[in-house]
Design a protein around this ligand. Structure first.
Ligand code: PGA
Length: 234
């Protein structure tokens, strides 16, 4: 089972940022991350191509940031052209990996079985899968996740209709969905969907283990505000 008592703040850059922006971003958040370490756990998910660079920066500056991938191959190393596998991610100290984000399910037609296979591949390399779930994904996704790994993954409730805006899903819907997920697992559960520095306070009153932030994480100064607010609420 995952031992993590700290509130998790996961920045998902999606398909944004160039190589030159990665170091300056990490530099800008490094002070706030250090000030608040021990209160929150900060996870950064850049594009796969930027993982080696982000990894070097984090190692060199000894930052308390957990590197997170946005996707992984459902296969082990082998003849799978174009795929980046969990074994390769491990070379760069990747600790977590998003799996089954609604954009992956929608635009890349990722299936429940592929998501489950990705989770198994990641865990075989010691990387924690962060499985994203819309409400309707919960039952079919858990149906194909091996029982033995259900408590080894993180989960993120991400209602697709509430992604990319400035207003989160209704708080009662979030609370209700958390209990649906917790019927299957006692792992940490995050919420993602239009989380901003302005609305995070309302989420901090819910029984959540963290938040997944994309749009509002892209500006490092904005992300610093989110880290600071979450830390002060702990
Ligand atoms: P958002 O995206 O923060 O831009 O709503 C969240 C996500 O899709 O991970």
């Amino acid at each position: 089972m995952i031992q993590n008592t700290l509130f998790i703040i996961l920045a998902n850059f999606k398909s944004h940022k160039s190589a030159s922006e990665i170091d300056s971003y990490l530099e800008t958040i490094s002070g706030v991350v250090e000030e608040n370490k021990g209160k929150v756990t900060t996870l950064i998910a850049p594009s796969t191509i930027h993982i080696p660079q982000a990894s070097s920066f984090i190692l060199e500056k000894q930052l308390d940031i957990k590197l997170t991938a946005q996707d992984v191959s459902p296969f082990p190393p082998g003849a799978y052209t174009g795929a980046v596998n969990a074994y390769q991610l491990k070379d760069y100290q990747v600790s977590y990996c998003l799996v089954g984000h609604s954009e992956r399910r929608r635009y890349f037609h990722e299936t429940y079985v592929e998501v489950a296979n990705k989770a198994t591949e990641l865990l075989s390399m010691g990387i924690t899968p962060a499985i994203c779930l819309a409400r309707e994904d919960i039952d079919p996704q858990f149906a194909v996740l091996e029982d033995s790994i259900q408590n080894q993954c993180l989960y993120c409730f991400e209602p697709p209709a509430d992604i990319g805006g400035t207003t989160t899903a209704p708080l009662d819907l979030i609370t209700d969905t958390l209990s649906m997920i917790r019927r299957y697992t006692n792992s940490p559960v995050l919420y993602g969907g239009s989380v901003t520095a302005d609305n995070i306070d309302s989420l901090l009153g819910l029984p959540l283990d963290g938040v997944l932030v994309a749009t509002a994480s892209l500006d490092p100064n904005n992300f610093n505000k989110i880290i600071t607010k979450a830390s002060h609420a702990r």
